[in-house]
Design a protein around this ligand. Structure first.
Ligand code: ZN
Length: 320
């Protein structure tokens, strides 16, 4: 487990561990030192004062009127979190790494805990592929989740079906579903639930794993709504997606690639990277930067913040 405590919720993971077995063991150590220490050292408890900031510092959260968008580093898969001051939306839950370990447990839940989030108001699952749903079980086991929006049943769970035209507001933040339409056909990738999130004049577009076919459909239905400051590249930067006309319509300042370090698909494709660069977008790769956050709103700085880890995560190390 020590290997995994280097994930994004580093501080929280350590605290979490010390609440369980580690605390007992540590408690035992403290008791032994207590017995060895000379009696009568005054105010020994003052030694614990350094812990106080950990106990009294409130978890970081957006200010009133702000929105945070964070693309998590989940290896080869996708998971992102949208936070306003009072509400939280999760878009996809990342991959499953093995039978007992997934991005929900390794990354998403620690991130939520580190930010004091025990309830997810809306969970959007773009589509059923395991690199997007692998952390779902862990998420549902650890935090309460209000509404689940998905393009169909996910693992037999009841969900609200996401449809083009759905909209809602959280304060000044606007959320709109642009796809799939009621009669959308094609692959599960091409029926991904596409979400656009806006606040003021800033926006982010989350198109799941759509490919050229759905991009073409979007251009017919929503050409003017596609423009966004930040785009999470469709299908991890696969060359099956990101057609020239789609890039042109979105015209992002930043394009984010949610792809694993040296992933076997070689995402993002070199030609896709070149196409975004040629369109004036700055590419950012989760495999290189770790988690990537943008803040929207009057007081927020519109520039990416990177959450590099002190130690590389296990999915970002070279194979032996
Ligand atoms: Zn995917």
């Amino acid at each position: 487990m020590g290997l995994f405590t280097v994930s994004i919720g580093t501080r929280l993971c350590h605290l979490g561990a010390s609440r369980s077995g580690a605390l007992d063991r540590r408690g035992g150590v403290y008791r032994r030192f207590d017995r060895l220490a000379p009696r009568g050292i005054p105010a020994r408890w003052l030694g614990l004062v350094w812990l106080l900031p950990l106990l009294v510092t409130p978890p970081p959260r957006p200010k009133e009127g702000e929105l945070w968008f964070t693309l998590l580093d989940v290896g080869q898969g996708l998971s992102a979190v949208v936070q306003t001051r009072d509400r939280t939306l999760v878009y996809d839950t990342g991959p499953r790494f093995n039978e007992r370990f997934d991005a929900g447990r390794a990354v998403l839940v620690p991130y939520l805990r580190q930010h004091g989030i025990g309830h997810v108001d809306t969970l959007v699952i773009s589509h059923g592929d395991s690199d997007h749903t692998g952390g779902l079980g862990s998420l549902l086991a650890e935090v309460s989740v209000g509404r689940i929006l998905a393009n169909g049943p996910i693992g037999g769970r009841r969900v609200s079906v996401c449809r083009d035209g759905q909209r809602w507001r959280w304060g000044d933040a606007n959320f709109s579903v642009l796809h799939p339409a009621l009669d959308a056909k094609g692959s599960d990738n091409n029926r991904s639930c596409i979400l656009k999130v806006s606040l003021g004049d800033r926006s982010v577009l989350l198109p799941g794993d759509i490919e050229a076919e759905a991009e073409h459909e979007l251009l017919k239905q929503h050409r003017r709504s596609l423009n966004a400051d930040i785009l999470v590249a469709p299908h991890h930067g696969s060359k099956t997606s990101s057609t020239a006309s789609f890039i042109d319509a979105v015209a992002p300042d930043y394009v984010l690639f949610a792809a694993g370090y040296r992933n076997r698909y070689r995402f993002p494709a070199a030609a896709v990277l070149r196409a975004y660069r040629a369109g004036g977008a700055i590419p950012l790769l989760s495999a290189e930067e770790g988690a990537i956050r943008f803040g929207f709103g009057p007081g927020a700085r519109y520039a990416p913040e990177f959450y590099r880890k002190e130690t590389r995560q296990f999915w970002r190390t070279d194979a032996p």
